[in-house]
Design a protein around this ligand. Structure first.
Ligand SMILES: [Zn+2]
Ligand SMILES: [Zn+2]
Length: 153
């Protein structure tokens, strides 16, 4: 998104709209899928020779659950976007796309989980335990005391 500095009135200007999700440049990411446009709601104001931009960003993403590896849809939000740019008289426009991308990518959770109750995959056979148990047992490791109990001492 480009902000035309000369068009901003003294009291500032509100930008509300969308940019294509492609600005995130994560088309080939095996863990993240873009599922919609990037929405922005930003205020821009020129303060002396600086352009100050602040507001919120959001985008719909598909993230791969780190427990069960299935993609789930979520919205990543940036509620505190705040950047300042040089806006001296020879600056016509400021492109904030790279900063929008950086902020949104920073707000993607490092270990996304599709839901608190996600049971993940069976450590032995790899089955998705959310779809039912796999026959490997309860997943509990046998305690060494169980073996001792069965010994007739
Ligand atoms: Zn999951
Ligand atoms: Zn299993």
């Amino acid at each position: 998104m480009k902000i035309l500095v000369a068009r901003i009135p003294a009291e500032g200007f509100q930008y509300e709209g969308t940019d294509p999700g492609a600005i995130l440049e994560i088309a080939d990411d095996p863990f993240v899928r873009v599922e919609g446009d990037v929405r922005y709601d930003l205020s821009a104001q020129c303060v002396s020779e600086e352009l100050v931009v602040r507001g919120t960003l959001s985008v719909g993403l598909g993230l791969r659950c780190t427990r069960c590896t299935v993609f789930f849809s979520t919205t990543v939000r940036v509620s505190d976007f705040l950047r300042a740019y040089s806006a001296s008289k020879d600056v016509d426009s400021v492109d904030i796309t790279a900063d929008m991308r950086e902020e949104l990518l920073l707000h993607i959770p490092g270990f996304p989980v599709c839901g608190e109750g996600c049971k993940g995959l069976c450590a032995q056979c790899g089955a998705d335990l959310n779809k039912g148990s796999c026959g490997c047992g309860t997943g509990e490791r046998p305690s060494p005391w169980t073996a001792l109990d069965s010994l007739d001492l």
